[in-house]
Design a protein around this ligand. Structure first.
Ligand SMILES: Cc1ncc(COP(=O)(O)O)c(C=O)c1O
Length: 351
């Protein structure tokens, strides 16, 4: 029989995990936070122990994909304090999705309070500073109820669970960790569709292009714009970034998810390093002239790109020290080892 695990709420004791060697996997923690919406009110159910969600078989999230999720990371700081990163931006993005899917907003206060409660309750699972790992926070929004017709739900579940995670791409970030990506001929989202919101259905549509890329030895699929298939859109669950001769560029498209990592990196590039930035359409052919390329997101942080393949065309890129600078500044702000001139860190009270 394996040794039972235990912890004392409120103590600084850590869970018995090899934090430095975690993958990006679901690892259930003792508590999750839940609130349920009915008749115009969110009723907080608080912290629950079961990983299961019991909902009606008629629920809209199961039939019609009326569902959203978010993803963010919480870091342990060098001083033992615990920080989330720009949680109000995740709340805003979830609520853009809620409007799009005809559901009620999750009040920002409820969203952030839920994160604080679930992180504090699971504090032994917050990876210690220096382990390279983080506590991944996954808010979920589900349309529920007894229903069969194609119409929005009247009741919703808002749940947040956490899981300690290591790097998304094996090996994490480093000069020898460039990854290669395959241009997909399939789209993950329609031109005026749901690409800009974090609806689960978008991700179901990315499984097939992702599998094709991985079956051919690539890390992920690179999507082109769904209207003309000319412009770079996104890479898997990450936004694209590239250095041209004059600027750090990133695609401007209505069907790309607004990455909180990307908007933060652009701000750091401009304000901390004085680099020019541009958000605009980027034709695939522009890769000919690009000095270096990367993708970014909460899970991947920054992953630099060493090769992009499109049929019989390919582009290769060297490691660029500017990705290292951006990476180290972002992670330093997130984990509290650097000053936060932007006011992005949100401390989680543990008491
Ligand atoms: C499709 C897609 N693009 C980009 C991102 C990166 O966004 P963020 O930096 O907010 O994690 C994600 C992850 O949330 C994503 O799912």
């Amino acid at each position: 029989m394996s040794k039972p695990r235990y912890y004392f709420p409120g103590s600084s004791r850590k869970a018995d995990l090899d934090f430095a060697h975690l993958g990006f996997d679901y690892r259930p923690c003792p508590y999750r936070f839940e609130a349920v919406y009915r008749d115009g009110f969110w009723r907080v159910r608080g912290l629950l122990e079961s990983t299961d969600i019991q909902i009606s078989e008629g629920s809209q999230c199961l039939h019609y994909g009326q569902q959203l999720f978010e993803g963010m990371k919480v870091h342990g700081g060098p001083d033992g304090r615990v920080y989330s990163f720009r949680p109000a931006e995740n709340a805003r993005r979830m609520n853009e999705g809620a409007h799009y899917l005809c559901g009620p907003e999750v009040p920002e206060e409820l969203f952030i309070r839920g994160i604080e409660e679930v992180v504090a309750a699971n504090h032994p699972y917050i990876p210690p500073y220096g382990s390279g790992a983080a506590l991944y926070v996954r808010p979920l929004y589900l349309g529920i109820g007894d229903n069969i017709g194609v119409k929005p739900a009247r009741s919703f579940v808002f749940r947040i669970f956490v899981s300690p995670v290591g790097p998304y791409f094996k090996g994490g970030f480093g000069p020898d960790q460039g990854k290669q990506f395959l241009v997909s001929r399939l789209d993950r989202a329609a031109p005026m569709g749901s690409g800009h919101v974090k609806a689960g259905g978008n991700y179901a549509c990315s499984f097939s292009p992702g599998r094709e890329a991985k079956d051919h030895g690539f890390a992920e699929a690179l999507y082109l714009d769904p209207r003309e298939h000319r412009y770079i859109e996104e890479i898997g669950a990450a936004n694209f970034l590239g250095f041209t001769k004059s600027a750090l560029v990133t695609p401007d498209s209505a069907s790309v998810l607004r990455s909180i990592t990307r908007i933060s990196l652009l701000e750091i590039a401009k304000k901390s390093f004085g680099w020019a930035t541009e958000e605009r359409k980027i034709a695939l052919e522009e890769l000919d002239e690009m000095a270096s390329a990367a993708c970014c997101g909460t899970a991947a942080v920054i992953c630099w790109i060493n090769r992009i393949v499109d049929g019989d065309r390919e582009w290769t890129f060297p490691f660029d020290d500017r990705w290292q600078k951006l990476h180290d500044t972002l992670v330093g702000i997130q984990n509290g080892s650097l000053d936060d001139p932007f006011g992005w860190r949100h401390e989680i009270p543990l008491e």
